[in-house]
Design a protein around this ligand. Structure first.
Ligand code: G3H
Ligand code: 13P
Ligand code: ZN
Length: 325
């Protein structure tokens, strides 16, 4: 099938510029929830519509190939229609998470994304600048916003060894932003991806708010993004473990730290693992309690309902984005 170019404006999405401006002024952060399937998408829209929160629908490269990129465009169109049918509209952005090439970012922009991340954080500073600038050059004429990244998110090993070299270097941020023209910057201050962020049984090391403050001084009023921000909610880890799963030692970022970050220049908080965890916990419970159940709606439906509850609470108590529309 020949690919047709679609503008996000025709689909009914917005870019992140205005969202971030309001989030910065209001001292809250926009939730960026990842989705891969219909139930996750329904949950995000329902939760954000119910809690009157702006939202960023986030799609990784893996999610795009899992769902199929053509189908995904139609799902995104459907998402806008569903949101409108639920009441007065909330601003929604469709965002590429961790784009790893110019071609992928371009393909997303051409197929209706309103915002893209180009993640050159593993490259040298100059290579990161060159790649990010190229994406910005393509995105901005379409009024698509671009997120760049500086610093590498810590893994558990880095935490154990307290290696500081992967944290974002505040002395690099001004040059990166001015040379690339990015609209927001993802930084590394102690979060990491996945469900095993810190060493179990030990106090969770606080996020490096000192680095964040230095970055804010170098880039006043500039939107900052926090990846790896799942809290790995213990009640769901326990549920997984008590229904046959094995997630011992799963630990995330304490919610109070995220609330504090949301009040600062952090305007976007990325949450994926918490959603995966909630769905898995509910599905495991149902499989265990009702072993004869084989209608997917009977376990995906309750998993979706629990996801909605979790996201409504996050928007209200953690991100502070509830009631902002
Ligand atoms: O940061 C990565 C996101 O959680 C997406 O993960 O590449 O497995 O879809 P994924
Ligand atoms: P978590 O794995 O902590 O949910 O992080 C998600 C993320 O950063 C997506 O880009
Ligand atoms: Zn991420």
């Amino acid at each position: 099938m020949a690919e047709e170019k679609v503008s996000y404006k025709d689909l009914g999405f917005v870019n992140t510029r205005e969202m971030f401006k309001k989030a910065m002024e209001g001292g809250y952060a926009i939730p960026a929830y990842n989705f891969n399937n219909m139930e996750q998408l329904q949950a995000i829209i329902t939760a954000c519509s119910q809690s009157r929160s702006p939202v960023i629908l986030q799609v990784s490269k893996g999610a795009r190939s899992y769902a199929n990129q053509v189908l995904l465009t139609y799902m995104a169109m459907g998402a806008v229609k569903l949101m409108k049918s639920l009441g007065s509209p909330i601003p929604m952005a469709l965002h590429l998470d961790h784009g790893d090439s110019f071609e992928l970012a371009k393909s997303c922009i051409d197929s209706g994304f309103s915002s893209v991340m180009i993640d050159g954080s593993h490259l040298s500073f100059d290579e990161n600048v060159a790649l990010t600038k190229k994406v910005v050059g393509y995105a901005h004429p379409f009024d698509v916003t671009v997120e760049g990244e500086l610093g590498v998110l810590a893994g558990i090993e880095e935490h154990v060894q307290s290696e500081k070299s992967h944290y974002t270097k505040p002395e690099e941020v001004e040059e990166f932003v001015s040379r690339t023209g990015v609209d927001s910057l993802a930084i590394s201050i102690g979060t990491s991806h996945g469900a095993y962020k810190f060493k179990p049984g030990q106090p969770v090391p606080p996020l490096r708010f000192d680095i964040l403050e230095e970055i804010e001084k170098k880039l006043p009023g500039f939107p900052i993004v926090l990846h790896g921000a799942s809290s790995v909610l213990q009640e769901y880890v326990d549920m997984v473990n008590s229904y046959g799963g094995k997630m011992q030692g799963a630990v995330g970022v304490p919610e109070e730290q995220l609330r504090k970050a949301a009040k600062s220049a952090v305007c976007k908080i990325n949450i994926d693992s918490d959603g995966r965890l909630v769905m898995t916990a509910v599905i495991r419970k149902i499989f265990s309690e009702k072993p004869n159940e084989f209608d997917p709606r009977k376990y995906l439906g309750p998993a979706r309902d629990e996801l909605i509850k979790m996201m409504v609470r996050k928007n209200k108590d953690v991100l502070g984005s509830a009631g902002r529309v």
